[in-house]
Ligand binder design. Sequence first.
Ligand SMILES: [Fe+2]
Ligand SMILES: [Fe+2]
Length: 237
Amino acid sequence: MASSRPLLRTARQLTTSQFRHISTTPSPPSPPPDLNTPPPPPKKKLKPLTPQQSSLLSSFLRVNQAGELAATLIYTAQTPPILAREPHLRPLMKHMYDQEADHLRVFNSLIATHRVRPTALYPLWSVLATGLGWSTAVMGKEAAMACTEAVETEIGGHYNAQIRKLLEMVTEWEREGYDVGEEFTELIKTLRRIRDEELEHLDHAVEHDAQKAEPHWLLTGVIRAGCRGAIWVSERV
Ligand SMILES: [Fe+2]
Ligand SMILES: [Fe+2]
């Protein structure tokens, strides 16, 4: 990611779009300025990203895209074995898959827009996520839901940590008198929405007997440790 606030519209783009609105037909004379009205406050500037901030944002987008790809693959692999035994879960599985597919679309688009390199371990994560989804679903509905519970617990915390970091950047820019910019504000809003949907999946999993999986502590412990490892590696590689 470039170091000049690539998440934000550049001054050149703003100027271009303003030019499009200039009319070529003569306009009526404008009234004399009201000298009693105070002038509007000067427009705040965007602060360029430091190289560290830029690389942090790249790593956020990279790991999120990898995680959402893994999530879609887990649900894709879980759905047939679960529905074979529990057909009434079709709407729930579809709902969760559809939300994951939307998250993946969001991060695919963000990494393309900001030219962030995807994780080099894409093929490895794909195989592991499919294997995790299929094996937990074959163990039964409870194990599949325990997998969702474990994954979403880690992912919810992961998105929260990212949101906290971005809010720290916002607080600092505002303290220094800079504009935060619409694109950055939108990114935080998107992360909050996705975080809430992940936590909704966690609730669904618990409501559908995740904690009755045997042995629950081992299954969720191993999966949570695996998620933390995958997050750590995907942020870097
Ligand atoms: Fe997701
Ligand atoms: Fe999720």
